[in-house]
Ligand binder design. Structure first.
Ligand SMILES: C[S@@+](CC[C@H](N)C(=O)[O-])C[C@H]1O[C@@H](n2cnc3c(N)ncnc32)[C@H](O)[C@@H]1O
Length: 290
């Protein structure tokens, strides 16, 4: 079968599947099935862990907080967005996109925290689109005093709270399941990674952040390597029912137009994404335009 025909059939099957069981519902069913299947193994590990106070997690970290059976199950057996190996917990395979993104993000988080310190010793940050709270915990490691994580997916927020407890950061990091536009408080710095392209109106979020973030904004986002025009912005994103896609030049102008000065810019490619539309990845450190 030629590739075009195979692609067409796959797309039809996917479209039909999505109509019968919507994507979110299918994801929920899949997560439920994984939890059900993994329950006996989780129970066995949990009883062992109750008997022995020293339980060493895959990755080498000693588990020294009390967890309930569902918490232990979610920690050990279910899929994670990130691998927490740098903290001593091997939560899964290191995804190629995490490998491509995290070096640049660690450097920007370090820089943002140190710029914030010039304004005071207490550094409060927010991570938008936080999923399992990986970068919020990384910010604590980089010296942030407090972090607040937001994501609309309650499953990831639950996992974020569990791993944060295991890492001993629960007092410093809290999470809420809410939309990024529902940001109430103000913060010294913000990590906005893997998120702008999920919105149909990223301009509005950047404008909102200009009223909420006092010192530094870190942006990482996908951009299109297929359309490089400075006017390229499209919503929904190509092949998606939501989100948007833009060129690098469009993004840079949008960031400037919404009240930010860019201090540093770097790019690379997301090796886990095949399509040119999804492969560009940019890392910006911004401060409020004065
Ligand atoms: C690609 S993941 C990013 C994870 C992490 N920040 C990173 O860069 O590795 C995108 C996350 O954004 C969340 N998300 C999408 N739209 C959102 C919205 N409007 N408000 C809050 N979270 C949202 C999704 O649930 C998902 O967990």
């Amino acid at each position: 079968m030629n590739d075009g025909l195979k692609g067409g059939l796959l797309a039809t099957r996917k479209a039909l599947g999505q109509r019968i069981v919507p994507v979110r519902k299918r994801m929920k069913l899949k997560r439920f099935a994984i939890r059900l299947i993994s329950l006996p193994r989780a129970f066995a590990i949990w009883t062992k862990y109750l008997r022995s106070p020293k339980y060493i997690l895959p990755g080498g970290l000693e588990l020294n907080v009390k967890l309930s059976l569902p918490e232990l199950q979610l920690l050990l057996l279910d899929g994670w967005y990130h691998d927490f190996e740098i903290f001593g917990i091997k939560t899964g395979m290191l995804h190629p996109n995490q490998r491509c993104k995290q070096g640049a993000l660690f450097a920007l988080i370090d820089r943002a925290v140190s710029i914030c310190r010039e304004y005071g010793s207490l550094v409060r940050g927010v991570e938008l689109f936080c999923a399992d709270g990986y970068y919020a915990n990384c910010a604590i490691r980089s010296g942030a005093s407090e972090m607040y994580g937001i994501d609309i997916d309650n499953y990831y927020i639950t996992k974020a709270r569990i791993i944060t407890k295991v890492l001993g950061n629960s007092v410093k990091v809290r999470f809420d399941c809410r939309d990024v536009f529902d940001l109430k408080d103000t913060f010294d710095f913000c990590i906005c990674a893997g998120g702008l392209y999920h919105l149909s109106n990223p301009h509005e979020l950047l404008r909102l952040l200009a009223t909420k973030i006092r010192v530094a904004l870190i942006i990482q986002t996908v951009y299109s390597l297929k359309n490089m025009s400075s006017s390229y912005f499209e919503s929904p994103a190509p092949g998606w029912a939501h989100g948007c896609r833009f060129s690098l030049r469009y993004l840079v102008q949008m960031v400037k137009d919404t009240g930010w000065t860019i201090l540093s810019e770097s790019t690379n490619q997301l090796e886990g994404n095949m399509r040119l539309e999804d492969r560009g990845s940019v890392y910006l450190l911004c401060v409020p335009a004065r």
